[in-house]
Design a protein around this ligand. Structure first.
Ligand code: NAD
Ligand code: FE2
Length: 382
């Protein structure tokens, strides 16, 4: 690791972590004089018992709530515009995101749009749009209900174009939540498939962040411990969930997102095009691709693979053993080993490779990735 210039390290917001943490929301709002929050969630979570209990708990405290849940599975710009209209038309004073990465990303994008009314994609981080995020933003609170993206501690929102489905990243330090209520009890009823897919997303964040180019020993420490927690708990959380495995997964996913301010890599660039082109769930796309992407990364990162192998308690402390571990973990949690099993066809490979090379994640990968490499990796995984 060489420190060849000055780097910026950021650590996140206040986190209230533990079973029952979400029950503190009402008193927190009252203490901060917030009486008209907009709750942003997805249509599925809006119908779940824990969500209804949060809403009725706030109503009992005379907090005037409005719920916006009209969002897509892979959120698009028009979702954000609609939510902002609800914020305006019902005169809100704060925004609470409750849900998985999709709901939290829409909530964060509405936080941005409330006082920034140019076209949403003018604020796209890839074209330097963060410099236009200059106005105040509403008080923002996050409550994660999956253990995957870690979006609750993030500063960015991934929103797609309605027509082209291209993913844009809206980024600003102003978009960090003021407080996170991370309550593993809310994840107890997550179905096995979602637990598996979101959990592999979290593992991918920790592994890719650990390997990413930027010198950042603080994030590397967090990423290794995040990997260890997920290693200890993911199969249990999928197959025999209990509060301990759910708690470990929730903190492990949150740690992955803290760590990936260091960068992500080839696996996320393989995964993003699957969501854009075929609407594949983000976590599932990472889960199937991670063994292949990690195999690609071994050369030149042997020492780091050795430390990952130790963290994963493997007898054989090598890169290939880590790859074997990932295939075996996928088997234990019923994730297929091949892209062909999740609807990818040979005819998609060229378009996927075009999108992957244009993706924002791989420039931080330890090894340079070419379009040819992406094509080979997709073909290998078919
Ligand atoms: N902002 C970031 O840093 C970041 C990083 C990675 C991914 N993302 C984005 O996050 C999204 C994926 O998020 P995700 O993996 O959390 O999935 P998700 O938000 O799409 O949720 C997956 C499914 O689980 C359901 N669900 C959520 N909580 C539940 C619960 N407690 N019980 C039962 N069902 C529940 C949801 O309704 C949904 O059907 C993608 O849109 C992706 O682009 C954002
Ligand atoms: Fe991810």
């Amino acid at each position: 690791m060489t420190f060849d210039k000055i780097y910026q390290y950021n650590f996140p917001t206040t986190i209230r972590f533990g079973a029952g943490a979400s029950k503190e929301l009402g008193d927190y709002l009252i203490k901060n004089n917030l009486s008209r929050p907009l709750i942003v969630t997805d249509p599925n979570v809006a119908g779940l018992d824990f969500f209804k209990a949060i809403v009725s708990g706030l109503k009992k405290k005379n907090i005037g709530i409005e719920v916006f849940s009209d969002i897509h599975k892979n959120p698009v710009k028009s979702d954000v515009y609609k939510g902002t209209e609800v914020f305006d038309n019902t005169t809100r004073d704060s925004i609470i995101g409750i849900g998985g990465g999709a709901a939290l990303d829409v909530a964060r994008a509405i936080v941005l749009r409330v006082n920034h009314r140019e076209d949403l994609f003018k604020y796209d981080d890839l074209i330097g749009g963060d410099v236009y995020v200059t106005n105040d933003v509403p008080h923002f609170i996050t409550i994660p209900t999956t253990a995957g993206t870690g979006s609750e501690v993030g500063r960015s929102a991934i929103i797609s174009d309605d027509e082209t489905h291209q993913k844009k990243i809206l980024f600003s330090p102003k978009l960090l939540a003021k407080i996170v209520f991370a309550d593993p009890e809310l994840t107890m009823e997550l179905p096995p498939f979602i637990t598996a897919a979101t959990g592999m997303d979290a593992l991918t964040h920790n592994m890719e962040a650990y390997l990413a180019k930027m010198p950042h020993p603080m994030c590397e420490g967090i990423a290794l411990e995040g990997m260890s927690l997920i290693h200890q708990s993911l199969a249990t959380a999928v197959n025999r969930p209990d509060l301990e495995s759910r708690s470990q997964m929730l903190i492990g996913s949150l740690m992955g997102a803290v760590a990936f301010q260091k960068g992500l890599g080839v696996v996320h660039s393989l995964a993003h095009p699957l969501s854009s082109l075929l609407d594949t769930h983000h976590g599932l796309a990472n889960a199937v691709n991670i063994p292949y992407g990690m195999e690609f990364n071994i050369g030149g990162s042997e020492e780091k693979f050795k430390r990952m192998a130790r963290t994963l308690e493997l007898k054989d402390e090598t890169g290939p053993a880590v790859v074997k571990y990932l295939f075996e973990l996928n088997s234990k949690i019923n994730i297929p080993h091949k892209l062909s099993a999740i609807g990818v066809k040979q005819e998609h490979v060229e378009a996927l490779a075009d999108l992957a090379i244009a993706d924002f994640a791989h420039p931080n990968n330890p090894k340079t990735v070419s379009r040819e490499d992406f094509r080979n990796l997709y073909n290998k995984a078919m």
